[in-house]
Design a protein around this ligand. Sequence first.
Ligand SMILES: Cc1cc2nc3c(=O)[nH]c(=O)nc-3n(C[C@H](O)[C@H](O)[C@H](O)COP(=O)(O)O)c2cc1C
Length: 321
Amino acid sequence: MKIGSLTFSNPLIMAPMAGITNLPFRRIVKEMGCALVSTEMISANGLIRHGKKTESFLESIPSEHPLSVQLFGSDPKTMAEAAVIATERGADIVDINFGCPAKKVLKNGAGAALMRDIRLCRRLLTEVRKAISIPLTIKIRTGWIPSGEEAFALTQIAEECGVDAVTIHPRTVAQKFGGISDWSLISRIKEKSTVPIIGNGDVLTPHDVLKMLAETGCDGVMIGRGAVGNPWLFRQSSDLLKDKTPSPVTLDMRKKVILKHIDYAVEYWGEYRAALMLRSLLPKYVRSLPQCGRFREKVVRVTTKQEAVDGVCDYFDALRQ
Ligand SMILES: Cc1cc2nc3c(=O)[nH]c(=O)nc-3n(C[C@H](O)[C@H](O)[C@H](O)COP(=O)(O)O)c2cc1C
């Protein structure tokens, strides 16, 4: 897969996810063979005002690169300025969010609200393209109407403005994350477009990766919820793409990765903040295993690294017996 000047070892991409795709999480999926990781969506307004929390979303380490930095906002000049800041801070790709259906984003005219104003989209993409020379990508939805008319129009404008790839999550704004994504829209957009098209939506297994590539002809596959608590999806999918049988995830492998995630989290946030994050993250790693409820009860109260590590070790010891 190629995006502008960048070539990737496989077509597997981690979806930007607010509250999830922080640096510790990105390190884990990268180590599992994900070719491209992304920050969560970052407010362009916050960046140009040098908001401390906003800027912290740009923290990165060399081994996770190439890194895509996703921005949201609606003012073309602000977006261009923020794209320059992201580039200076080490982004390899700038991605613009045209798909967020959250009320607080829509009410500021950003995210999926932009798909209703195609002229503003053109101005915004023109400004950002002028401002940066690294690859520029966009992430869009079906739009506000199920036919996907807005998605076709925006993809065409993106191509005319020099955008290097388009990710399509084929759900309408009203669907948010419910219902089923309409992969036929990915195929229809791919047929007409000249830039790489990345498909997204409901990829939960390695077979789904192959199916999406075969059914839609897309160039890359972006995985979101399916990889949360299951980073092995990248390794297994990459195996399947090479015609190898995906290796199963053993209890030992699972425990090792969870402990590594705890280390990365503590390194990044410090012990107490990491513990708060781990309370919701750790149960996701064991949701398919027996007695996951008991594990959850234990880890939702952790306040130190040792408590988190003990919770994990006790749980896996009990499973083995
Ligand atoms: C908790 C959560 C946070 C998300 N945050 C973002 C975000 O910051 N930027 C974005 O473009 N999409 C975001 N999304 C959408 C995902 O990137 C992806 O498009 C969507 O989940 C569909 O893919 P999936 O079916 O593989 O999960 C988010 C989704 C979820 C569930």
